[in-house]
Design a binder for this molecule. Structure first.
Ligand SMILES: [Cu+2]
Length: 177
């Protein structure tokens, strides 16, 4: 009996002493996007692995109040670039991060682009300090070498009536590292 208890205690202590691996994180410093290039700072975004999907901590400021489409885009660049045949702010970030090749915008719970994040809700002061969840992102280290983009308009998590949730122009961007 005592031997069994001793073994159980040893097992429990072993479990307690095992150091849990720190959850992986990746982050992006966010800057305003302008036709001439990367503008002033607008805060930061941090992704962290968690049960049930990555958490997305947003600490943003200096943005227009209201809802804004918020996505991971393919390229680690926030400079001007071509979007639909015309030069545009943060166009160099490319299209939505879509490693499975779905070519569909379906939002954070859908089966489209993996980079489809929950839309932002910027408060009357131009800020947002919140933790969102991206349930389909299970390894935040794979986001390194991509970017986050904030759009002028909201996001209906569909390609209808407008493509990519209807957010339109890119107003801020950050490279994920
Ligand atoms: Cu986008």
């Amino acid at each position: 009996m005592s031997r069994i208890i001793a073994a159980a205690l040893a097992a429990a202590c072993g479990a307690a002493l095992a150091t849990p691996a720190a959850a992986a994180t990746t982050k992006a410093e966010v800057f305003l996007a302008s036709p001439s290039g990367v503008g002033g700072p607008a805060g930061r975004v941090m992704f962290r692995d968690a049960p049930g999907g990555a958490t997305v901590r947003v600490d943003l400021y200096g943005l227009p109040p209201g809802q804004h489409g918020f996505h991971i885009h393919q390229n680690p660049s926030c400079g001007p670039g071509e979007v639909n045949g015309a030069m545009a702010p943060a166009g160099a970030a490319g299209g939505h991060y879509d490693p499975m090749g779905t070519a569909m915008h379906r939002g954070p719970y859908g089966k489209g682009h993996l980079g489809d994040l929950p839309f932002l809700t910027i408060d009357a002061n131009g800020s947002e300090h919140e933790t969102l969840v991206a349930p389909r992102i299970t390894d935040v280290t794979q986001l390194k070498g991509h970017s986050v983009v904030i759009h002028a308009g909201g996001d209906n998590y569909a390609d209808q009536p407008q493509p990519l949730g209807g957010g339109g122009a890119r107003i801020a961007c950050g490279v994920i590292g």
